[in-house]
Write a protein that binds this ligand. Structure first.
Ligand code: MG
Length: 220
């Protein structure tokens, strides 16, 4: 494990002059994969009620996701589950299936959010930062609506000072625009903050380009 890697939030020790913490969200504050897997299974069950079981749901989902990501690379909307489900229906020659696409999006996120739980030490870390007047900024690649809902669901909304999403920044990590907007919102300089995230390329290296110190969280 490198010097900049941590296993959980108990292992984070901040320098006394730290004025802000930038936090990645997905697969940093909670573990992404089990939530996604359960959510996708729920969507599969509902989708099969609509189109039957003759199609390989997972292959179709992957093809639809690839199609959306090719059309809108490096933008928040490239993660839109609504667009993925719409593209699945379109691949099947069924058109956009507005009501069903919306329904499946809701099924997916409802199950996803039911499964989410904060990883060990996050709540205490956020509360400690609050007590020390250290600003917390969530820096995340997705649309604001879903991320705000997730934060409400996790009961951490009152502990966050600012949120910067790629939807708002107009660029995804590791692009410097998203980190620059986070610095601007918090009114802080690069040397006053630290970034914590799970992606070496997006979170750690993205922050380091601007001279922001960074830690990578690797869940056990
Ligand atoms: Mg992440």
């Amino acid at each position: 494990m490198s010097k900049t890697a941590i296993k959980n939030f108990h292992a984070v020790s901040l320098k006394p002059d730290t004025k802000g913490v930038f936090l990645d969200f997905d697969n940093c504050l909670y573990v992404y994969e089990p939530c996604h897997r359960s959510a996708l299974m729920s969507a599969k069950n509902e989708m099969e009620k609509i189109i039957g079981k003759s199609h390989d749901f997972f292959a179709l989902y992957t093809t639809a996701q690839d199609r959306v990501k090719r059309r809108i690379p490096k933008a928040a909307a490239s993660h839109s589950r609504l667009l993925y489900f719409e593209a699945m229906f379109e691949l099947l020659g069924m058109g956009s299936m507005i009501e069903k696409s919306l329904f499946l999006e809701n099924v997916y996120w409802k199950k996803f959010m039911e499964k989410m739980k904060l990883v060990s030490g996050v709540k205490k870390f956020l509360i400690d930062c609050k007590k020390k007047n250290i600003k917390i900024v969530i820096v995340s690649d997705l649309t604001a609506g879903i991320q705000f809902e997730k934060m409400m669901k996790l009961g951490m909304d009152h502990l966050v000072d600012f949120v910067v999403t790629s939807e708002e920044a107009g660029a995804e990590k590791p692009h410097k625009k998203i980190f620059q907007l986070a610095l601007k919102k918090a009114g802080l300089k690069s040397h006053e903050v630290i970034m914590i995230g799970d992606s070496l390329q997006k979170d750690v290296q993205g922050a380091q380009v601007l001279g922001i110190k960074a830690l990578q969280i690797i869940h056990e």
